[in-house]
Design a binder for this molecule. Structure first.
Ligand SMILES: Cc1ncc(COP(=O)(O)O)c(C=O)c1O
Length: 350
């Protein structure tokens, strides 16, 4: 990837003259069967640009899942910076929402109400553990939104994980979406960058918004080259990451579930959510312990292994597998987890 970055032909992308950025944008547009695409610095900016682009009228309201990244983790940017009102739909455990609830929340014509401009979905869904939205549900959502005259934006930060899990082209998954934002960083290993895709007109508006948000970049082909590399060389390896998550999930399940529990069948992709009972040990404490190495542990395991995970909620930990991990790394992680679980079990007397 670094060699590809060094070798990238460059130009000024604010003037549309960076051949590597242009190649990345064309590649993503083709992969998603969309007319055009735009390279942006981050997933957060990609989502913000898309929501604002769909919500040009003041008083616009967007429907978002209550567990969506747009709603929980992006500083409320759509309202903070764009004056767009978010209305939440209750995310179900599989990352979808009830389409009847959605129909009820779409605003009719009333002088007191905002105007519904957009429905946002997330695929894979981060907060429910990297789950893949079912294609049948996406199809039903697509026909409901067509009937209601509402566009759909997909936060596809991990869209290629969804495509790998479903074994379908990414374009099939976004078929009914007016816009999509995909991340090249995350599990794909690029140091930076996301791409938004949609119609030519939509991408023209997105380009204007990117500029005003400070996301217009100059010789950014050096970054786009990493994205092209990720799409060509890392995307094909995603099934391996998913298999690693299954290995970890099975090993943790075999530990008995007193300290941490997980559901291997609910882990569709490269994310594993581990549940714990904070009365026994908190997610934060487990994450801290997995990130440190004790002398006794090193003596017992014969290696120093640091595992960095995220304490997601009061009861849950998020573990993500990325493209640089090897089979041996995963075996080391499993041994360490088994060791740490036993350690907590003996401390808690369970
Ligand atoms: C589902 C989802 N969307 C968007 C983002 C934002 O991406 P970025 O960190 O590049 O702003 C993330 C980041 O983790 C994410 O998980």
């Amino acid at each position: 990837m670094k060699e590809a970055m060094l070798a990238a032909p460059l130009g000024d992308d604010v003037f549309g003259e960076d051949p590597t950025v242009n190649a990345l944008e064309e590649k993503v547009a083709a992969l998603l069967a969309m007319e055009a695409a735009l390279f942006v610095p981050s997933g957060t900016m990609g989502n913000l640009i898309c929501v604002l682009n769909h919500s040009r009228m003041r008083g616009s309201e967007v429907l978002v899942g209550h567990l969506s990244h747009i709603h929980l983790w992006e500083q409320g940017g759509v309202s903070q910076l764009g004056g767009v009102h978010p209305r939440t739909l209750k995310n179900l455990p599989d990352g979808t929402f009830d389409l009847r609830e959605m129909r009820q929340l779409v605003r009719g014509e009333n002088v007191h109400w905002p105007v519904t401009s957009l429905v946002c979905i997330e695929n894979t869904h981060n907060m429910v553990g990297g789950k893949v939205l079912p294609l049948t549900w996406l199809d039903q959502l697509g026909s409901a939104c067509r009937e209601l005259g509402l566009p759909i934006h997909m936060d596809g930060a991990r869209l290629f994980n969804a495509a790998a899990a479903l074994q379908v082209p990414a374009s099939r998954i976004v078929r009914d979406c007016a816009s999509v934002s995909v991340c090249l960083s995350k599990g794909l290993g690029a140091p930076i960058g996301s791409v938004v895709a949609g119609s030519k007109d939509f991408i023209y508006g997105a380009k204007r918004l990117r500029k005003v948000l400070g996301g217009g970049m100059r010789q950014s082909g050096v970054l786009a080259a990493a994205g092209i590399y990720a799409l060509d060389h890392v995307v094909p390896t995603l099934p391996r990451d998913h298999a690693y998550v299954q290995d970890i999930a099975r090993a943790i399940t075999q530990c008995g579930g007193v300290i941490v529990r997980c559901d291997p069948s609910g882990a569709h992709t490269n994310i594993l959510v581990l549940e714990c009972d904070p009365e026994v040990v908190t997610p934060m404490r487990i994450c801290q312990r997995m990130a440190e190495v004790t002398d006794e542990e090193e003596a017992a395991l014969g290696e120093r292994v640091i595992v960095r995970m995220l304490s997601l909620t009061d009861t849950a930990i998020r573990l993500v597998v990325h493209c640089d991990l090897t089979h041996d790394d995963i075996q080391s992680l499993i041994k360490k987890f088994q060791y740490v679980i036993k350690e907590f079990e003996s401390q808690s007397g369970r």
